[in-house]
Design a protein around this ligand. Structure first.
Ligand code: GRF
Length: 206
């Protein structure tokens, strides 16, 4: 797919960035409909930023500390817009977004969450799945709305829970599923959105 017809995606991370890399490597396939055009972190030392830089991707690292949430989000928003970003993918972004930021990107932010939503919203998903005796864990990609881990589900992958699993052993298998689910789901999402101008003059990408 021609570079200029690919959707420009900005990825927001806070840490190691393995999901960001999965999105980035998937985008190297010729038929991938998106390109990772910017990686943003709320920690300039986030390991994922160094990985993105090494891959030749533009980065923006800025600590949120000492800044009001709305002010920090406005700076991130300005970076995304100046990079011509059309979609935002949260990938281990450990900050709640301000309602204003979510409203500005309404319908164009997606997130990956390491549980089968609506089960286990929030943190410590794997420990909670084990503590509650779940037989199946998994991951979810969803559209981001103002409510935490609550927007429309775009895709899910189930991961079996084994006897003797620990939160770490389960997380490791769920992460494999995350890496596969996210890029496929994001690709389908941007293609679906790109097709909408044919159906509706109100499309956000028009
Ligand atoms: C992933 O498990 C993701 O689902 C969760 O945080 C973790 C981030 O890992 N939101 P990574 O930074 O993508 O490696």
């Amino acid at each position: 797919m021609a570079e200029r017809s690919r959707a420009r995606v900005g990825v927001l991370i806070s840490g190691r960035g393995s999901n960001m890399l999965a999105l980035l490597y998937a985008a190297r396939q010729a038929d991938c409909p998106y390109v990772i055009a910017l990686v943003v972190a709320n920690d300039p030392e986030a390991p994922g930023l160094a990985f993105a830089r090494a891959e030749g991707v533009a980065t923006f690292g800025l600590s949120h500390k000492g800044r009001k949430r709305a002010d920090f989000d406005a700076l991130v928003d300005a970076e995304l817009r100046s990079a011509g970003i059309e979609y935002v993918a949260l990938a281990g972004y450990m900050r709640l977004l301000s309602d204003d930021f979510v409203a500005r990107w309404a319908g164009r932010i997606v997130n990956i969450h390491p549980s089968l939503l609506p089960r286990h919203k929030g943190l410590d998903t794997h420990a909670r799945a084990l503590a509650e005796g779940d037989r199946v864990a998994g991951c979810t990609v969803h559209v981001v709305t103002e409510a935490l881990d609550d927007g429309p589900v775009l895709g899910q992958t189930e991961v079996a829970i084994l006897p003797g699993d620990t939160p770490d052993s389960l997380a490791a298998r769920v992460l494999i599923a995350e890496h596969q689910l996210y890029s496929r789901t994001l690709a389908a999402f941007v293609l679906r959105e790109a097709a909408q101008p044919l159906l509706s003059p109100q499309s956000r990408r028009a």
